[in-house]
Design a protein around this ligand. Structure first.
Ligand SMILES: [Zn+2]
Length: 369
């Protein structure tokens, strides 16, 4: 067996030749220096430090050398690799510093620029008025009732004592669903909610029903094909018109302020008997009918009273149709259009303002959410 090859000269191994190593270092330093970004430096690192880089290959040759030659060759290759590693670290620090400086310049925030403010959304004034009225009744122990906007003809008309030939049925211009004999309409009033409530449960019933209703009107200053109503229904033992007046008073005071008075005039609605139109004292002239300059009050037209809406004692026929015994129970109901209440209360000039969704209109009512 021959001994180790002690005369082996590492310089004779091409990869370990000092000139070759020096050239590899020079090439590596060049590649590192020319890397213009951190990404490029990453790619360069693989070329100069990776497993297949010239210096890594040279390092591998050292293992094949005789022990006596390894130290010298190892020192040479090690020093070369250290120079490359140091150059990588230095270049990396330099590129990071450049990047940070660039970000500081590019992403600088000019705090003196005017801000783009997006105002928070808020509920529509119609919704706010409806909510205030609902809250008034809920605080008195009433419940909120809701029903579908697509309603059966029977609930929208017949159950409310509006038979097929009733003139009021023609008076209300209705959106019928196609085919007409399907018996469905877009509800023309919130009253079917009252019928639904009476069908579903027994008295005592105290419900307030706000909601959208539909008529085939064109949009103009006082009409809109979609608007909102709020209706109240009470059915209990011994309810009289005095209770109705009390509820109406609470209603108008919530809407138009403490001390607002109401009056009722005989009227006719199929759903109620007796029926009344309700007026309330003008909240501008407080019933005087005159304005500050001696002319007549513009809000009430000089009468001192403003029409609120219909009311009355629930027709016995309606109670009976809903399975409630009119000999035991009586009820009252009243309602009004919310848009109309809003127009009156806030002097809104036309229906357009309320339906067009211009935030400049809504903003006048605050940003309640
Ligand atoms: Zn007035």
């Amino acid at each position: 067996m021959s001994g180790p090859n002690t005369n082996y000269d590492p310089v004779e191994v091409a990869a370990l030749d000092p000139a070759v190593i020096e050239a590899a270092v020079a090439e590596a330093l060049g590649a590192i220096e020319s890397a213009a970004s951190i990404e490029e430096l990453k790619a360069a690192r693989i070329g100069v430090q990776g497993e297949r880089s010239p210096l890594a290959l040279a390092n591998r040759e050292i293992g094949a050398l005789p022990p006596s030659a390894r130290a010298e060759a190892g020192k040479r290759v090690g020093a070369a690799r250290a120079r490359v590693a140091a150059a990588l670290t230095a270049r990396e620090a330099e590129l990071e510093r450049e990047r940070d400086e660039r970000i500081l310049v590019e992403e600088r925030a000019d705090v003196t620029l005017p801000a783009l403010r997006r105002p928070p959304g808020a509920r529509h004034p119609v919704e706010l008025v409806a909510q205030r009225l609902v809250d008034t009744f809920v605080s008195m122990g009433w419940e909120v009732a809701e029903g579908p906007e697509l309603e059966s003809e029977w609930l929208n008309f017949d159950a409310l004592n509006l038979g097929p030939d009733h003139p009021a049925r023609q008076m209300q211009d209705t959106f019928f669903l196609d085919p007409v004999d399907c018996g469905l309409v877009l509800r023309t009033q919130t009253s079917p909610v009252q019928i639904r409530t009476m069908l579903e449960r027994q008295p005592p019933i105290y419900v307030v029903a706000p909601g959208k209703v539909y008529r085939t009107d064109d949009l103009d200053a006082t009409h809109t094909p979609v608007f909102h109503q709020i209706e109240c229904l009470a059915v209990d033992r011994g309810l009289t018109m005095a209770h109705l007046r009390g509820a109406l008073d609470a209603f108008v005071r919530a809407m138009f302020g403490e001390g607002t008075r109401t009056r009722v005039r005989a009227s006719y609605f199929p759903f109620t008997e007796p029926s009344m139109e309700t007026d309330f004292g003008c909240f501008v002239c407080h019933g005087a009918g005159t304005s500050g300059d001696g002319g007549s009050c513009r809000t009430c037209g000089g009468s001192g009273w403003i029409e609120l809406g219909g009311s009355g004692m629930v027709n016995r026929k309606v109670l009976r149709a809903c399975g409630i015994d009119p000999e035991v129970y009586s009820g009252f109901a009243f309602g009004l259009g919310i848009e109309r209440a809003l127009m009156l209360r806030h002097g809104v000039q036309g229906m357009h303002e309320m339906v067009e969704g211009d935030v400049r209109f809504s903003q006048q009512f605050g940003r309640e959410v």
